[in-house]
Design a protein around this ligand. Structure first.
Ligand SMILES: Cc1cc2nc3c(=O)[nH]c(=O)nc-3n(C[C@H](O)[C@H](O)[C@H](O)COP(=O)(O)OP(=O)(O)OC[C@H]3O[C@@H](n4cnc5c(N)ncnc54)[C@H](O)[C@@H]3O)c2cc1C
Length: 383
C-alpha cells in the first residue's frame, strides 16, 4: 500500500515515481540478503548517486536537486522503507555535505560540493569519540596548525560508513576553549595516517558498517578547514538539527514498512476459522500502528516546513526525532506481535525492522538528549 503523499510540485511527484521505481527494483530485492551477510551496500549508493538522489536538498548550481526538505524527507522515507541501511546512509551522507554547503567558502563549494552532492563521493560524519558521545564538548581529537596544513590526531568512534566512505567530515579540537575550541575539516579517505577499526558487531542495521576511525598525524591543507577556527561546535549542532529530521523520516519509513507487513499478514493468517484481521484485538493493534505512523510523518513534515520557510526548527527537529523513532520502536515491536511466532523468525522482515528501529532512538543524539534540547528551547522561550 503506497503512501498517499501530498507533494508540493509536479517535479516532486515525478521524483517520487523515480524513487519508488528505484526502491522496488534496485533496493528492496537486495536488502534482506545484504543485511544477513553484513555487506555494505556501496553499489546502492552509486545507483542513487547516478539518479541524482544523494544531493536532493542542495543547490542545482553544484549538482544538487534543490528540493525543499519537505520533499527530500519524503523521498528518504521511501528509501528507508525499502532498505533502512541505505536510507540512513543517504541521511548521513546529506549531513556530511552540510558543512561545506552552508559554511564553506565559494572556493570549497566549487571544489568539493559537485562530487559530494552529485553522488561521486560518499561521506562519513566523524563527530563521536569513545569518551565523547552525548557530550561532544568532551572530544579530544586534535588538529594542530603546521604552516599551511593541519595535523589531525585522535580516534573517532561509531562512524557510519567507516572504511567505505570517500571523505570524513571531521570535528577536531584546535584549542582548549570550551565554547570555541572545535573546528570542522574535510578529510579525504586517501589521506595518509587514516585507518579504521573492525566493523562493530551490531544488533541491527548490519549492512551499514560502523567503525572506529584513527587519525595518526593526518595532514590536511588549511583550505580543507570548513568555517573559521572555533566554528565546529556550531556547525556540528546545526548539521544535527537537519540530520535528525533525516533520521525521523527514516524511522517513519521503517514503521510504515512494518505496518504493511503486519496488515498483509493479518489478512492471510487464519485462526479460529477466520483471518486474524477479523479479530478486533488485531484490528485495534493495526489501527494504533497506523495512527503512530501517520502522526510521526506529520511531526517531521511540520519541522521540515519550518526549515523550508527559514523559521527556527531546532525544537521541532528534536521533537520529530523523538516522536518518529519512538513510533518506529513501538510499531515494529507490534508488527512482530501481529505475526506471532513467525514474527520472531528471519522468514519475515518484522524482526529485522524491530532490531533496526532500536538504534534510531540512540544515534544523532539519544532520545534523552532530544528531551534536553526540547526542554531547553521551551523554557528559554517562556522565560
Ligand atoms: C549504529 C551507530 C551509528 C552511529 N553513527 C555515527 C556517525 O556516523 N557519526 C558519529 O559521530 N556518531 C555516530 N554514532 C554515535 C552516536 O551518535 C552515539 O552513540 C550517541 O550520541 C550516544 O553516545 P554514547 O553512545 O557515547 O552514549 P552516552 O553518551 O555514553 O550515553 C549513555 C546513556 O546515558 C544517557 N545520557 C547521557 N547524558 C545524559 C544526560 N545529560 N541526561 C540524560 N541522559 C543522558 C544517554 O541517553 C544514554 O542512554 C553512531 C552510533 C551507533 C550505535
Amino acid at each position: 500500500m503506497a503512501v498517499d503523499r501530498l507533494l508540493p510540485t509536479e517535479e516532486s511527484v515525478d521524483l517520487l515515481a523515480l524513487v519508488r521505481d528505484l526502491c522496488e527494483h534496485e533496493l528492496a530485492p537486495y536488502a534482506a540478503q545484504a543485511e544477513e551477510s553484513e555487506t555494505f551496500p556501496r553499489d546502492a549508493f552509486r545507483t542513487l548517486g547516478k539518479a541524482g538522489l544523494l544531493g536532493l536538498p542542495y543547490p542545482e548550481q553544484y549538482g544538487g536537486a534543490e528540493q525543499p526538505y519537505e520533499v527530500y524527507l519524503q523521498m528518504l522515507e521511501e528509501i528507508a522503507a525499502a532498505w533502512m541501511s541505505v536510507g540512513v546512509g543517504v541521511s548521513v551522507h546529506t549531513m556530511t555535505s552540510y558543512a561545506v554547503a552552508t559554511l564553506g567558502t565559494e572556493e570549497q563549494r566549487a571544489r568539493l560540493l559537485p562530487d559530494m552532492v552529485g553522488g561521486e563521493l560518499l561521506g562519513a560524519y566523524a563527530l563521536s569519540e569513545p569518551q565523547a558521545g552525548s557530550d561532544i564538548s568532551g572530544l579530544t581529537t586534535k588538529a594542530v596548525r603546521d604552516g599551511d596544513e593541519y595535523v589531525l590526531s585522535g580516534t573517532k568512534a561509531w562512524i557510519s560508513h567507516g572504511s567505505h566512505a570517500d571523505f570524513y567530515t571531521t570535528f577536531a579540537r584546535t584549542s582548549d576553549d570550551p565554547k570555541r575550541g572545535i573546528s570542522a575539516f574535510h578529510v579525504p579517505a586517501s589521506s595518509p595516517g587514516l585507518s579504521f577499526g573492525a566493523p562493530e558487531r551490531k544488533m541491527g542495521l548490519t549492512g551499514s558498517t560502523t567503525t572506529l576511525v584513527n587519525y595518526d598525524q593526518v595532514r590536511v591543507p588549511r583550505s580543507n578547514r570548513i568555517g573559521d577556527e572555533g566554528d565546529g561546535m556550531r556547525i556540528a549542532l546545526s548539521a544535527l538539527d537537519s540530520g535528525r529530521l533525516g533520521i525521523a523520516a527514516c524511522a517513519t519509513g521503517l514503521a510504515q514498512a512494518a505496518l504493511e507487513v503486519a496488515a498483509s499478514y493479518a489478512l492471510e493468517r487464519q485462526q479460529f476459522g477466520h483471518p486474524i484481521a477479523d479479530f478486533q484485538g488485531v484490528q485495534f493493534l493495526l489501527a494504533d500502528m497506523a495512527a503512530a505512523v501517520e502522526s510521526a510523518r506529520s511531526t517531521y513534515l511540520q519541522a521540515a516546513r519550518r526549515r523550508d520557510l527559514g523559521r527556527p526548527f531546532t525544537q521541532q527537529a528534536a521533537i520529530a526525532k523523538l516522536v518518529c523513532t519512538d513510533a518506529a520502536m513501538k510499531v515494529t515491536t507490534d508488527a512482530v506481535q501481529v505475526l506471532g511466532g513467525y514474527g520472531y523468525t528471519r522468514e519475515f522482515p518484522a524482526e529485522r525492522y524491530m532490531r533496526e528501529a532500536k538504534v534510531t532512538q540512540i544515534f544523532e543524539g539519544t532520545n534523552q538528549i532530544q528531551r534536553l534540547v526540547i526542554s531547553r528551547d521551551l523554557l528559554r522561550s517562556v522565560s
